[in-house]
Design a protein around this ligand. Structure first.
Ligand code: NDP
Length: 267
């Protein structure tokens, strides 16, 4: 018979684990990378813009974090294959993948071009498929792995102006469940985090003060509708991310954890 393990705070450590966080040049990805480093992981990240890469490497250095940054677009299979090979060579094979890179395009559906819709789905849904597919073979060989998909409240809800984003993030929830089902027997856990409204560059336009000095109506809406009464910060997400990357979550698989100050329960 199985015996219950003894709880230890070490179950939340990530010592010597190699973590790839996509798009971690700032915002949520950088906060997660910083927390993973504090928990003992070796950090790799990729972005698609050389200028952004240089700035991010500097920021990590100022934070005292040795983060290995690479240029690679999550939608380009050949660049991702090369990235995974390079990380394997320089840091060791990837134990933890966070599919964080993403974009949003806010347009009413009838004004949204098919090209814009496809671009969002390509980055936010096909990207996680491509990167996950590239890291899974080594995880299978090793007999363990953690994949964390950064989903959204839009994995559950629709709203005017986010047709592509909601379609992609809803799909990402199901990709999460599929990876869990297909690879759980290899001791690979794939879970998602659904952030609420988080103050990052992606949402900056929704918080802009109006020309008359009034708060943005969406800012007021979020403060009114979120039981916590405020926007989230990237740091609000990191406890859940460390948990899902650590041995403490080894029997958690295929789940989406919403970290949203309670707004999804209230809307
Ligand atoms: P940011 O826009 O601040 O950061 C996203 C990062 O991903 C940027 O560095 C961006 O680079 C990069 N990226 C975009 N496309 C690619 C690509 N094709 N290949 C490589 N890197 C790419 O976003 P957040 O930190 O706000 O969001 C991170 C994740 O969390 C996203 O998936 C987002 O959808 C999700 N999320 C965010 C919420 C929020 O309120 N902020 C709420 C719910 C979910 P570039 O500048 O080149 O585009």
């Amino acid at each position: 018979m199985e015996t219950a393990g003894t709880f230890s705070p070490d179950s939340f450590r990530l010592d010597d684990r190699v973590a790839l966080i996509t798009g971690a040049a700032y915002g949520i990805g950088m906060a997660i990378a910083t927390a993973f480093a504090a928990a003992g992981a070796r950090i790799a990240f990729n972005v698609r813009d050389a200028e952004q890469l240089r700035a991010a490497v500097d920021t990590y250095a100022q934070l005292g974090i040795e983060a290995h940054g690479y240029l690679a677009d999550v939608t380009e299979e050949s660049e991702i294959a090369e990235l995974v090979k390079t990380i394997d060579h320089e840091l060791g094979s990837i134990d933890i993948l966070v599919n964080n890179a993403g974009i949003i395009k806010r347009e009413p559906m009838l004004e949204m071009s098919a090209a814009d819709f496809r671009e969002v789905v390509d980055i936010d849904l096909s990207g996680p498929f491509i990167v996950s597919k590239a890291v899974l073979p080594d995880m299978i060989k090793k007999g363990r792995g953690k994949i964390i998909n950064i989903c959204s409240m839009m994995s559950e809800l629709g709203r005017e102006t986010v047709a592509g984003y909601a379609a992609a993030k809803g799909g990402l929830k199901m990709l999460t469940r599929n990876i869990c089902s297909e690879f759980g027997a290899h001791n690979i856990q794939c879970n998602g985090i659904g952030p609420g409204y988080i103050a990052t560059p992606q949402t900056a336009a929704l918080r802009e003060v109006q020309p008359d000095g009034a708060p943005h109506p969406f800012d007021q809406f979020i403060r009114a509708k979120t039981p916590a009464g405020r926007w989230g910060t990237p740091e609000d997400l990191v406890g859940t991310a460390v948990f899902l990357a650590s041995p403490a979550s080894d029997f958690v698989n295929g789940q989406i954890i919403y970290v949203d100050g309670g707004i999804l329960a209230y809307l």
